[in-house]
Write a protein that binds this ligand. Structure first.
Ligand code: FES
Ligand SMILES: [Fe+2]
Length: 323
């Protein structure tokens, strides 16, 4: 195996960590959805008391998909085929036509948290692996004056490493986004990856806007960008692997509109569209490019190597990495 092939090999499978699988307010109590991420079929539901739960999809009995016709009863889900009932830990607690519940009957459960209006699932590498970091709360989220994310879901044919690599790709700002980074830096510490940029944007409509931003990945798939701009705002860019060459990207922005007096809705709409257009400029590149395990880089490039070493850790075991 060549060194390049070895590096490709490091990105087989799926990264470990928290991934966004839905928007909290779009899942009401009693709602059941089939979902497919990390090459696995799963069921997402919200219990009657309001807890979001994610199990692997297939019933241990005769294999029905709990997400297609499963029903929420209290804090549990009932299989559509023979009505076996599973509690929020995935354990079978009732078989309506049996005297005794088979003790080993359970569906695998996945850790879930809801934070900042989003539903996250922990993609584990080993059964029973517990999350090793938390998703921080955004203090402004849900407070007066701030909008919600208004996020859009986009499906992209690419490997997630291409999306993450943007964090260190200083050179693409100008050609792809029409912005120039005068100051650019990355920092990688544990599960956190940061990009700091000071630059100038040249909007398509003319003029020039100086900007300053910090983008932070909390783990492999959830990034927030705080931008010092006309209005304070936080941009959401998260991606979740569907399979090894397809990702779901959710993109949105919460904006402080407390000082916008008129035309709030059209302002928000225009602002979000701007972000989404910027992101779509990247997509066309990702969907058609090839991954170079041994790229030829120049002195003006960002720390692509540092980023790759940081991102590879999410493909390694908790024991090897330590987080
Ligand atoms: S397949 Fe689920 S109860 Fe029979
Ligand atoms: Fe980009």
């Amino acid at each position: 195996m060549t060194a390049a092939e070895k590096e490709e090999e490091l990105f087989r499978g799926y990264p470990r960590g928290w991934f966004v699988i839905g928007v909290s307010k779009e899942l009401g109590p009693g709602d059941v959805r089939p979902i497919r991420y990390f090459g696995r079929e799963m069921v997402l539901y919200r219990s009657e008391s309001g807890k979001a739960v994610v199990h692997d999809a297939f019933c241990p009995h005769l294999g029905a998909h709990l997400g297609h016709g499963g029903k929420v009863v209290g804090e549990s889900i009932v299989c559509p085929f023979h009505a076996w009932r599973f509690d929020e830990t995935g354990k079978c607690v009732e078989v309506p036509y049996a005297k005794r519940v088979p003790p080993r009957a359970c569906v695998e459960n996945n850790p879930v948290v809801e934070q900042n209006g989003l539903i996250f699932v922990w993609n584990a590498h080993a059964e029973g692996e517990e999350p090793t970091w938390q998703i921080p709360e955004i203090p402004e989220y849900g407070t007066e004056g701030w909008t919600d994310w208004g996020s859009e879901l986009i499906e992209i044919q690419t490997h997630p490493k291409e999306i993450v690599e943007n964090l260190a790709d200083k050179g693409h700002f100008g050609p792809v986004h029409g912005t120039w980074a005068n100051e650019f830096g990355n920092e990688f510490k544990g599960h956190i990856g940061i990009q700091r940029v000071k630059g100038v944007a040249y909007p398509r409509g003319g003029g020039e806007d100086p900007f300053e931003l910090q983008s932070t990945y909390y783990g492999p798939g959830y990034m927030l960008t705080e931008m010092q701009s006309v209005l304070p705002n936080i941009m959401l860019l998260c991606h979740t692997p569907v399979d090894e060459n397809k990702v779901h990207v959710r993109i949105g922005a919460m904006i402080d509109i407390s000082n916008v007096k008129e035309g709030k809705d059209s302002f928000i709409e225009g602002y979000r569209q701007n972000i989404i257009v910027g992101f779509k400029e990247d997509i066309a590149i990702w969907e058609n490019k090839k991954y170079r395990a041994r790229p030829i880089l120049c002195d003006g490039d960002g720390d692509i190597g540092g980023l790759r070493r940081w991102y590879q850790k999410f493909y390694m075991s908790q024991a090897e990495v330590g987080y």
